[in-house]
Design a protein around this ligand. Structure first.
Ligand SMILES: C[S@@+](CC[C@H](N)C(=O)[O-])C[C@H]1O[C@@H](n2cnc3c(N)ncnc32)[C@H](O)[C@@H]1O
Length: 227
């Protein structure tokens, strides 16, 4: 992974959570759509891997919805992961924190019942996304699911420009500070977004079935596949 990306997340870790609802205007629906794709009963016990877990925002929402879920949080930024430890560490042994670059070409361990990710995989180059999808499938149990809630590229250049411009309008309406926007811009320099249609195709090529996009709003989408 690019060193600048880790630096951008390390240095923005302290303000990360407070700016989230402004920078992700569809915050509630976006994360809820991802959680609704987890195919287990509320009281089930199962193993989850959260790729690019950051400060543990998505993991915390998952843990709340599924009190029996055991969650492994992976992130390359020690500063982001330190915030996740503060947030979820008191939850005890059901949370594990692993500092690593998930783009490295080695196994993701497991096997897991669900592998999830939010707003992280769009930092990988397309070939690395495809390779990751293959490794994600290998790390899932049969019947396991992969859910990615992410920033995506518009299907055409015109759509990309329009959804990006609308997103910026919404972020400003919601009152994001200039500092929040500057930090977001710094991180967005490392974006390598891909269209939803390409990513669904890559999931199918990696061997996933039941592949679908279940949510879309401006520059955000949630898609999933089953092993
Ligand atoms: C925008 S944050 C999202 C955090 C969290 N998932 C959420 O929904 O708030 C993206 C995170 O992905 C991490 N990340 C990006 N590329 C990574 C990689 N190749 N390996 C591990 N973590 C990565 C960053 O360090 C950062 O913490």
């Amino acid at each position: 992974m690019e060193k600048g990306l880790k630096r951008a997340f390390d240095s923005g870790a302290q303000n990360y959570d407070s700016a989230r609802r402004k920078l992700v205007p569809c915050f509630d629906d976006f994360y809820r759509a991802a959680i609704e794709l987890i195919p287990f009963e509320r009281d089930a016990e199962f193993d989850v891997l959260d790729l690019g877990a950051g400060t543990g925002l998505f993991s915390a929402l998952l843990a709340y919805s599924f009190p029996g879920a055991r969650i492994t949080l992976v992130d390359v930024s020690d500063e982001m992961l330190a915030r996740a430890r503060e947030r979820l560490g008191p939850g005890g042994a059901r949370f594990r924190f692993v500092e690593r670059d998930y783009a490295e070409n080695r196994g993701l361990d497991g096997p897991y019942d669900a592998i999830v990710s939010a707003l992280s995989i769009h930092h990988l180059a397309d070939d690395d996304k495809r390779a990751l999808f293959r490794r994600v499938r290998e790390a899932l149990k049969p019947g396991g699911v992969f859910v990615n809630a992410d920033q995506v590229r518009g299907e055409t250049d015109a759509m990309e420009r329009r959804s990006h411009a609308r997103w910026l309008e919404r972020v400003r309406e919601l009152g994001a500070s200039e500092r929040d926007l500057a930090q977001a811009r710094e991180r967005m320099k490392f974006d390598r977004t891909a269209t939803v249609s390409a990513q669904l195709q890559w999931l199918r090529e990696a061997g996933f079935r039941e592949v679908a996009c279940s949510y879309r709003n401006l520059i955000f989408a949630v898609y999933s596949g089953e092993k």
